[in-house]
Design a protein around this ligand. Structure first.
Ligand SMILES: [Zn+2]
Length: 277
């Protein structure tokens, strides 16, 4: 009986989704306010994960960009199956994110300057890097070189995509080689590391920027802490593998809060590009 079921629903059902509880401090925040603040908690500064599209919106002038490489799709060359077939995982991720793979690449303007920006999508199989991510980032670096426009890559990734085995691992070398060519052409590349950036992504392009900057408190590393502790037989210090710790120990250049990221990048690009002109 549909009318009975309706009465059984909790009274506050309409307000659900309007408020969000902060993962860090537990404060209840009005969702609209949180979105207006770029999904950063106004009480404690905690940075919520955001989508690749939201990333681009925060960086491109007037939230306007031209996407490229969107039609590239994985072919599941290894016919990989773990708990479920890789094809099925891909279809689920596509439906969830509206993207064909784990990175969104686009060209547009940032503070009036032509730029290429690529943002990884963590919701797409953990932002993992397979052949498509590697190919799109390589094309992005090649386009940046062709246009003589700076490149910005925003990472959010668990690393290589195990369902593509060796094919995913060679993407590290492939993207790195494309970035080397960009470097030879003296075109700046800024790497932005967000929570989390680990594995093969950290071990390749995320650490190859002319500037490597991170959002506050982001988890950044290669192997996880448990593996490291077992290997070196030592307890790791507090905050190990977080942005602030890594800046202090020379692994990163700076930490920039999300609200200041665009201004930070614009300032850095003015320094790189205009000083050279
Ligand atoms: Zn908070």
């Amino acid at each position: 009986m549909a009318w009975l079921r309706k009465n059984d629903e909790p009274k506050n059902v309409r307000t659900e989704g309007l408020w969000i509880k902060c993962d860090a401090c537990g404060a209840t925040i009005w969702k609209k306010d949180l979105e207006a603040a770029g999904m950063v908690c106004e009480k404690c500064g905690f940075h919520f994960k955001i989508t690749a599209r939201e990333r681009l919106k925060l960086l491109f002038d007037d939230a306007h960009w031209e996407e490229f490489g969107w039609n590239l799709r994985s072919t599941n060359a290894l016919q990989f199956v773990d708990r479920k077939p890789y094809d099925e995982r891909l279809e689920e991720a596509k439906a969830k994110t509206g993207l064909n793979d784990a990175v969104l690449c686009a060209e547009g303007k940032l503070a009036g300057r032509d730029v290429i920006i690529c943002a990884m999508e963590y919701r797409f199989i953990g932002g993992s890097m397979g052949a498509v991510v590697g190919e799109k980032l390589t094309r992005a670096a090649e386009l940046a070189k062709q246009r003589a426009a700076p490149l910005v890559i925003i990472s959010a990734s668990g690393g290589a995509r195990m369902m593509e085995g060796m094919i995913s691992l060679v993407q590290m070398a492939k993207v790195s080689a494309a970035l080397k060519r960009l470097d030879r052409a003296k075109i700046p590349y800024i790497s932005v590391l967000t929570d989390p950036t680990t594995g093969g992504v950290t071990a390749s392009f995320a650490m190859l920027g002319d500037l490597n900057i991170a959002e506050p408190e982001a988890l950044i590393g290669f192997a996880g802490p448990r593996v490291i502790e077992q290997t070196i037989r030592q307890k790791l210090p507090k905050g190990f593998q977080r942005s602030e710790f890594l800046v202090k120990h020379g692994m990163l250049d700076a930490v920039a809060p999300r609200g200041q990221m665009k201004a930070y990048i614009a300032h850095a690009l003015a320094f790189f590009c205009d000083a050279a002109a």
